[in-house]
Design a protein around this ligand. Structure first.
Ligand SMILES: Cc1cc2nc3c(=O)[nH]c(=O)nc-3n(C[C@H](O)[C@H](O)[C@H](O)COP(=O)(O)O)c2cc1C
Length: 253
């Protein structure tokens, strides 16, 4: 056990922040941490937008429909999958467009953005800050892309709100047991899969039933049956947007 592992194991999403600003020193450290993260094929295919303009933040708030995105509490970062930067390098070298239109390279850019963001989350939590990822800002991709001035071959992966926690949830959200999550050599459900899933359902039910806020009657399997694909960002048109942004146009020919 060490402090890094303890930070990771203590993770909880925080959704309420005080008005105390995150210091500039800390923000610069978080950006350095993002920059230092492993990157697929050394492409560095991501970009971070730090939203300071209240009008732009309001566009993101409206897109998300989540109250904690509005106002001025916490720093709002947007992680962008960026194929544009590398496409420009290639274009200026006189190369024909090709790989920049492949779904695989867009996928790598998304991974880079997500990994950098997770480094920022871990670093922020280790410094006593709270964070919440915001996939919800993708409910309105065109409006958000316009507000952020996104060039072609870029797409928002998610937002990330970072701040001094007003309230850290006392309970941790239970996760799938390791027996259902990890297998050796080949993908194999645990032998007692249904019993373990039922036990996990009971654990999640107890968590929802006793947690301080928004307590409710629910299980994991019910959540998947009822909500899988039902979120606003999950239902928003995606391929149409990506094609318009000249992203993920095709497989490698
Ligand atoms: C890619 C991604 C997108 C997410 N989007 C949102 C979001 O839009 N709003 C929100 O309140 N939480 C969001 N979350 C946080 C999850 O709801 C949260 O991680 C999950 O419920 C587990 O809770 P925990 O992080 O406290 O353990 C997101 C998390 C991830 C990884």
């Amino acid at each position: 056990m060490n402090d890094t592992v303890r930070t990771l194991l203590e993770h909880r999403t925080v959704r309420s922040f005080t008005g105390k600003p995150v210091s500039e020193d800390v923000m610069q450290t978080l950006f350095e941490v993002a920059r230092r993260t492993a990157t697929a094929a050394f492409y560095q295919g991501f970009h971070i937008i730090r939203v300071k303009d209240p009008k732009i933040r309001e566009v993101l708030h409206e897109a998300s429909t989540q109250p904690y995105v509005g106002g001025s509490k916490g720093e709002l970062l947007v992680f962008v999958a960026d194929v544009y930067r590398n496409a420009k390098i290639r274009e200026e070298a006189g190369l024909e467009p090709g790989p920049e239109e492949w779904a695989t390279l867009y996928n790598l850019a998304q991974l880079d953005a997500a990994l950098a963001a997770q480094s920022v989350v871990v670093a922020a939590e280790s410094l006593g800050l709270g964070t919440v990822y915001l996939g919800s800002i993708n409910r309105q991709r065109p409006q958000v892309a316009e507000a952020l001035g996104l060039p072609e071959r870029t797409a928002v992966v998610f937002g990330l709100l970072i701040g001094h926690p007003e309230k850290v949830p006392a309970e941790q959200k239970p996760r799938i047991p390791l027996e259902l999550l990890v297998s050796v050599d080949t993908y194999r459900p645990a032998q007692d899969y249904h019993a373990r899933l039922a036990a996990y359902d009971r654990e999640v039910q107890a968590y929802y039933g006793t947690r301080e806020e928004n307590s409710r009657e629910d299980t994991f399997t019910n959540h998947i049956e009822a909500n899988f694909g039902a979120g606003g960002a999950e239902q928003a048109p995606m391929l149409e947007f990506l094609h318009g942004a000249k992203l993920a146009l095709r497989d490698r020919p």
